[in-house]
Design a protein around this ligand. Structure first.
Ligand code: MG
Length: 277
């Protein structure tokens, strides 16, 4: 089977772990794309690992599992990797496990605590790191506190660099935009963890125990999904079911290994193999 530009996608059958972006790749808001459920089941039945990857740090893994389960997709916590989980791995690797100041949703803070990080500190001199997430429960008071603490010379980490998050009427500011606000206020820039940074993909491989050659990243955004795969030297599939049009694909500096119309093309490919075509 050939991709949009006539490139043979045969090599996909060698892949052992498939990373899927969510919105625009797996579903559109609350509607699962055609062939998605069948593809995930086929891959799982044939010994491949399916992992949903998201930069969105405002929702917990449990919320995502529930959302996909409601769409009739069989999955559990072990099928997800979020920028929150990657951030936790980074903090632990750096030995930053206590005195973490976290600005994020209740779900985000809960997840950090459950992963063994201590968010307690008696006075601000005990703060060891500042973590900013996509905070859909942001208040001015929180912004004021974060700005104040950024005056301390401690590591500053942000879960994801996205400037905007799509919503029903358009977009709202995401974590990256909040951090630009903090940069204006404090002159400090965070270390960003989520896509397109390779740290997210490197940790995802580490978390599930696969080599980069065994992996493929499937996504609809060129400058995040495809860029993250390229940055981590991983094969990529750009699907045209979301944000990117074929003209965007042609104009972008981020060249995916393969370009397909949607996730259904991947299913059709595997189905043709199993039928011996
Ligand atoms: Mg997407």
């Amino acid at each position: 089977m050939l991709d949009y530009f006539g490139k043979d996608i045969q090599n996909l059958k060698e892949k052992k772990i498939f990373f899927f972006d969510l919105d625009g790749t797996t579903y559109n808001e609350n509607t699962l794309f055609e062939g998605a459920k069948e593809l995930f089941e086929f891959l799982a039945d044939h010994g491949r690992k399916v992992v949903f990857l998201t930069n969105n740090s405002s929702r917990s893994v449990t919320e995502y599992v529930d959302k996909l389960n409601r769409m009739d997709v069989v999955c559990d916590r072990d099928n997800f990797f979020t920028s929150t989980q990657a951030t936790v791995m980074y903090l632990k690797e750096q030995g930053l496990t206590k005195g973490i100041y976290a600005q994020g949703t209740v779900a985000f803070v809960k997840e950090l605590k459950e992963s063994g990080l201590s968010l307690e500190f008696e006075d601000e001199n005990q703060v060891q790191a500042i973590v900013v997430a996509f905070d859909t429960e942001l208040t001015f008071e929180k912004m004021r506190r974060t700005s104040y603490l950024l005056g301390k010379n401690v590591p500053y980490i942000a879960t994801n660099p996205d400037l905007v998050c799509p919503v029903s009427f358009g977009f709202v500011p995401d974590c990256g935009s909040m951090c630009i606000g903090y940069e204006n206020a404090t002159k400090r820039k965070p270390l960003y963890i989520g896509k397109p940074n390779r740290i997210m993909m490197d940790y995802a491989l580490k978390r599930f125990g696969f080599e980069r050659e065994e992996a493929v990243m499937v996504g609809d955004r060129l400058y995040t999904d495809i860029a993250s795969g390229i940055n981590a030297q991983m094969d990529t599939i750009c699907v045209l079911s979301g944000e990117s049009s074929i003209d965007d694909v042609k104009a972008s500096p981020y060249k995916a290994t393969y370009v397909l119309n949607s996730i259904k093309d991947i299913y059709d490919f595997f189905l043709s193999l199993s039928l011996g075509k």
